[in-house]
Ligand binder design. Structure first.
Ligand code: CMX
Length: 440
C-alpha cells in the first residue's frame, strides 16, 4: 500500500530543515558556554545537567510534558479522534514530524502500519521456548531483540549506504516495530496469563482498539468500547517524556553507536523495567492492593496516614509519587483522573487512588527532602487498568513499553537524520573529581 500523503516524502523536506538547523546552531553557537556543573550533580546521577538534545518533547517542571510544544490537553483536543479519544498513531505522527496530522493523514498511517503487524513465526517460537513465568518485560525485550535479524537499517549500513540516507531505513524499521509491538505484547499477555489462547489482530480496528481487542482481558471476545478508549489514552500519554529518562536515553545512547532500532529499543526496555522507572506503575498498584487487603477495604484517613508513616520509616519509597523533573501533579495523572470522571468509574482501587492523593503529598512534604511530593502518572495508570479487569500488574510495564516505542523511535529517527554523533561523555574517578575541585 502506498500512502497518498507519503510520510517518507513529507519527511524528506522535514529532514532537510532539521539538518540545516542543527548545523547552523553548531556553527553559530558551538563555542558558547551554557552551564556550570556542581559536584553534587555529577554524584547525583547527572541530575539536571543540560547535556542532551530531545526535539520530540519537553518536560516543564510546572506544566508537565509538552509533545512538540503541545500540552496534554492540547494534544488530546487537537489530534483527530476515533471515539472520545484520538487515534493513537496521531501522537507518533506529531512526535515524528512536529505537525498535528489531518484526519486523512492519521487514518492513512493507521492503515499503513496495520499491514505490517503480522508476527513472524520465529518470534512466537522464541517466546514459546521461554518459561511462561518469565517476567513479561523480559519476554518483551527478548522478542524485540529477536527481530534484529530483519533490520533494514543494519542491512543498508553493512551494504555501504551513505550515512546521510540512513534515516530512511531507520524509519522503515521503526514503522515495522511500531506495527508489531502491540501484537507481541498481547501475545505475551495471553500466553503468560490466559493459557496461551492467542487473539488474532482485527483488520478493521484502529491501533488502540485492536490492542484492546487482542488483550481480550474479559475472555469474551467482545470489545469494551470504554476499555478501548482507556488503551488509546494510555498509549498516547506514555508515548514520550523527553530524552533524559532512563529508557529514552538508553535507547538513544545505544543507537548513537549506529546500532539499529531493535538493539536500541530492547536496551531501552530493560531500563524501563526498573522499579524506579516504568515498573513503578506495577509497584504502585501492588501497594494500593496491599493497603486494601491490610485494612480489608478502604481505611479511614487517619489509619492511612499512620500506615504511610510506617512505610516510610521502613526505608521504602511511595510508588507513584515524586519525580526527577516534575514539581506539580503530573498532568498525565490528571488526564487519567479526568477519564475516571468522564466514564464515571468507581471501585475500591479508584477510591484508594483518590484517598492517597488527599494524604500523601502532605506527608512527603513533611519529610523535608522530597522535591516533588505529588503523584506521577504511575500513581494512577495501574488503578484504571485494574478497574477494567487488566489485573496482572507485572504486565503494565509492557503496555508502557508499547507506548514508549513511539517516543524512542521518533527521537532516534531525528538523530540519524541530522547525523548525530556517537555519545561519549567523560567519566572521572572520585579522586579526579576532588582534584578538579581543589586545583580550581
Ligand atoms: N517516596 C519516598 N521517598 C521519596 C519519594 C517517594 N515517592 N520520592 C523521592 N523520595 C526521596 C528519595 O528517595 C530521596 O531520598 P534519599 O535522599 O534518602 O535518597 C529524596 O526523597 C530526594 O529525592 P528527589 O530528588 O525528590 O527524587 P529523585 O529525583 O532522586 O527520584 C524518583 C525521583 C521518581 C525516582 C522518586 O521520586 C521515587 O523513587 N518515586 C517512587 C517511584 C516512582 O513513582 N517512580 C516513577 C517515576 C516516573 C517515571 O520515571 O516513570
Amino acid at each position: 500500500m502506498k500512502l497518498k500523503v507519503s510520510l517518507f516524502e513529507k519527511m524528506e523536506d522535514i529532514v532537510e530543515r532539521w539538518r540545516k538547523e542543527y548545523k547552523d546552531i553548531n556553527s553559530i553557537y558551538g563555542e558558547k558556554i551554557i552551564s556550570d556543573i556542581k559536584v553534587s550533580q555529577v554524584l547525583g546521577g547527572m541530575r539536571d545537567i543540560p547535556s542532551l538534545i530531545c526535539e520530540t518533547s519537553f518536560v516543564d517542571p510546572y506544566e508537565g510534558i509538552k509533545f512538540r510544544g503541545y500540552s496534554i490537553s492540547e494534544t488530546l483536543s487537537y489530534l483527530p479522534k476515533v471515539s472520545d479519544l484520538p487515534y493513537v498513531l496521531g501522537i507518533w505522527y506529531l512526535l515524528l514530524t512536529g505537525e498535528i496530522p489531518s484526519r486523512d493523514e492519521v487514518e492513512e498511517l493507521e492503515e499503513y502500519i496495520k499491514i505490517r503487524e503480522r508476527l513472524p513465526k520465529y518470534v512466537i517460537e522464541v517466546l514459546r521456548n521461554t518459561p511462561a513465568n518469565t517476567h513479561p518485560m523480559t519476554q518483551f525485550a527478548m522478542a524485540i531483540l529477536a527481530m534484529q535479524r530483519e533490520s533494514v537499517f543494519a542491512k543498508s549500513y553493512y551494504e555501504g549506504m551513505n550515512k546521510r540516507d540512513l534515516w530512511r531505513p531507520m524509519l522503515e524499521d521503526c514503522i515495522n516495530l511500531i506495527a508489531r509491538a502491540p501484537v507481541i505484547a498481547a501475545y505475551i499477555y495471553r500466553r503468560t496469563y490466559r493459557d496461551d489462547v492467542f487473539v488474532k489482530p482485527n483488520e478493521t480496528m484502529d491501533y488502540g482498539a485492536n490492542f484492546a481487542h487482542m488483550l481480550n482481558v474479559n475472555d469474551d471476545f467482545v470489545l469494551d468500547k470504554d476499555f478501548a478508549d482507556l488503551i488509546r489514552l494510555y498509549l498516547i500519554l506514555h508515548s514520550d517524556h523527553e530524552g533524559g529518562n532512563v529508557s529514552a536515553h538508553t535507547c538513544f545512547n545505544i543507537s548513537s553507536a549506529l546500532s539499529d532500532i531493535y538493539y536500541s529499543v530492547a536496551g531501552g526496555m530493560c531500563g524501563l523495567a526498573g522499579p524506579l522507572h516504568g515498573n513503578a506503575s506495577s509497584e504502585s498498584l501492588r501497594w494500593i492492593l496491599n493497603i486494601i487487603k491490610f485494612f480489608n477495604g478502604i481505611p479511614s484517613k487517619e489509619k492511612l496516614i499512620e500506615y504511610i508513616h510506617n512505610h516510610l520509616a521502613a526505608g521504602k519509597v511511595i510508588p507513584g509519587f515524586g519525580h526527577a523533573v516534575l514539581r506539580v501533579t503530573d498532568p498525565r495523572y490528571t488526564a487519567f483522573s479526568n477519564f475516571v470522571d468522564m466514564k464515571k468509574l468507581d471501585s475500591d482501587v479508584i477510591r484508594m487512588v483518590k484517598l492517597l492523593y488527599e494524604v500523601v503529598p502532605d506527608i512527603l512534604k513533611s519529610t523535608g527532602k522530597v522535591k516533588d511530593p505529588y503523584p506521577n502518572v504511575d500513581g494512577h495508570s495501574g488503578a484504571v487498568l485494574y478497574h477494567y479487569n487488566l489485573k496482572e500488574h507485572e504486565f503494565y510495564t509492557v503496555m508502557f513499553g508499547v507506548s514508549r516505542i513511539m517516543g524512542m523511535t521518533s527521537q532516534v529517527i531525528w538523530a540519524r537524520a541530522v547525523g548525530f554523533p556517537i555519545e561519549r561523555p567523560k567519566s572521572l574517578t572520585l579522586k579526579h573529581l576532588v582534584e578538579m575541585v581543589t586545583k580550581r
